[in-house]
Design a protein around this ligand. Sequence first.
Ligand SMILES: [Zn+2]
Ligand SMILES: [Zn+2]
Length: 276
Amino acid sequence: MDPMQIAACADASGGVIRTTALRSAGATARDIRRACASGAVAQLRGGVYATPHAAADVVTAAIHGGALCCASELARHGVWVLDASRVHVALGGGGREYPHPGCACVAHWDGRSPGYGRVDLERALVQLARCQGPESFFAAFESAWRLGLLSRRARMRIRARLEARHRHLVDLARADADSGLESILRLRLLRLGIPLRCQVLIRDVGRVDFVLGERIILEVDGRDNHDDATHRHKDLVRDANAAALGYITLRFDYALVLHDWPRVQAAILRARAVAR
Ligand SMILES: [Zn+2]
Ligand SMILES: [Zn+2]
């Protein structure tokens, strides 16, 4: 095999490939040496090669000893993930970790070894529930559903693979959550026993994130838009119109919901008492 054929083999398996796979595709040891010398592939470790096209986090996972998974793999699909700052690596039941400089990987030992490359999306979601807990899973699950990545069958397969204590989250999930933050807020309110309506259209106000009871509007601002002056002005106009209609608007952002929940909860509970 020439170097380009060897690179094509590696690209077909996610950018990273083992010697054994190259050998069974017909490459000789000499072919592999030539491919390395020409720069078509680079050796990551004895018996493991990557092409220059391989994604950096897939390469990091392979250097660590496994496949990209969990939060890292979900983030690659554009799924909302609470924390994807570290590389999550699936090693499978019999995997082996390798030390490497700057390693901050999160290792996963579930199921059979996925080899290198990436795990499938369903496995990544099941891993996330164990790794980052129910809220992070719920937000990512709703995000993946909204992106059209989860068929009904896929959702049921994921439900069956989750731990029993997490299965109800699949039953609570919706396909129309606007952001992960909104998903988390909705889950917390459901757990407090607070009934709510989502994505409600109110005349002269527009579509709001939640309505609690008859008079409380609850809005959550995502990470990207709260510094924008035009956006802020539009929000103020909405709030004024809502107030004129007799609504109380509560507005929370990422930092409040995720890092200061007691304050948010106290505001919501008090507003409900006043509205009644
Ligand atoms: Zn590592
Ligand atoms: Zn993880």
